[in-house]
Write a protein that binds this ligand. Structure first.
Ligand code: ADP
Length: 260
């Protein structure tokens, strides 16, 4: 869909000549629509648990007033719903902080080996919970890239967390970092052997709030913003994300850092 703003500029002459100026508005409109979609999605995601909490409060004040068992059950659900809203707000804040940052490349030297070991340790409880063994394939020598340490922790924690959650049926997840030769790109790959992602969804899963299956995502405590945050951070790093997946075999997410 194309949209143009048209302006007529008189250039004089006897016949009253005009030049018509067409300014392409499609990009501005697209960004505008993305913004309104985003606000609508975020509001909806917050409204859903809120409506459920309001419903339980009403029941607790009315019909279930003296039912101790129902009360415990409802309080537990309400606790889960508030946790979900808190996660969503944290992710929304992360995104908005990233967007507010000036567009300059981060400059810290970060040793990926060390960082990935830390990320893997921090997710060991989740791996145990989902029955996944995390296998590391990292070089002994330092493997440095230029970036922002905290942001890169967020990237690999999100990818590894997704692998442990969505790919848990595969029983193992691998985390590999390598650089073929000095001066080459550095690649970090997170692989799972779970259900995989149908091809048609792959181009869209880094979009905000895009999920292959909303119920599975909710059950896995997802917000639909994880990969959008990953993509945002990688763009700031001049890095790219490559996603490969085969239904029934698993998925791999590879981050390529530019040389230097
Ligand atoms: P969520 O908060 O829902 O996990 P993400 O942005 O992290 O959101 O991921 C978007 C969607 O991509 C998920 O809801 C899930 O459907 C799909 N997805 C992400 N990683 C994997 C994976 N390793 N295996 C299968 N599906 C995945």
């Amino acid at each position: 869909e194309r949209a143009y703003r048209v302006a007529a500029m008189p250039i004089g002459g006897e016949g009253g000549l005009y030049v018509l100026l067409f300014r392409d508005q499609s990009e501005a409109r697209r960004i505008d629509r993305m913004r309104t979609d985003f606000i609508a999605n975020a509001s909806h995601e917050l409204r859903t648990p809120l409506a459920s909490i309001a419903g339980f409060i009403e029941t607790l004040r009315g019909p279930a007033r003296n039912d101790a068992k129902a009360r415990d059950n409802f309080l537990q659900i309400m606790q889960k719903q508030t946790a979900r809203m808190a996660r969503l707000i944290d992710d929304l804040l992360s995104l908005s902080r990233l967007e507010a940052k000036p567009y300059v490349r981060p400059t810290e030297r970060v040793d990926l080996g060390r960082l990935l070991r830390e990320v893997s340790d921090s997710l060991s409880h989740l791996a145990t919970e989902t029955g996944v063994a995390i296998k590391l394939d990292l070089p002994e020598a330092p493997l440095e890239v230029t970036g922002n340490r905290d942001e890169l922790v967020q990237v690999f924690a999100n990818l590894l967390e997704n692998a442990c959650k969505y790919g848990s049926s595969g029983g193992r997840v691998t985390l590999q970092a390598r650089r073929e030769k000095p001066g080459a790109e550095t690649a970090v790959t997170v692989t799972d052997f779970g259900p995989g992602i149908p091809q048609e969804h792959i181009p869209r899963i880094t979009e905000r709030f895009y999920r292959v299956d909303v119920e599975t995502s909710r059950a896995q405590k997802g917000t639909g913003l994880g990969l959008a945050i990953v993509k945002h951070i990688l763009t700031r790093h001049g890095a790219r994300l490559s996603i490969r997946s085969k239904v029934g075999e698993g998925s791999s997410f590879t981050v390529y850092f530019p040389p230097g």
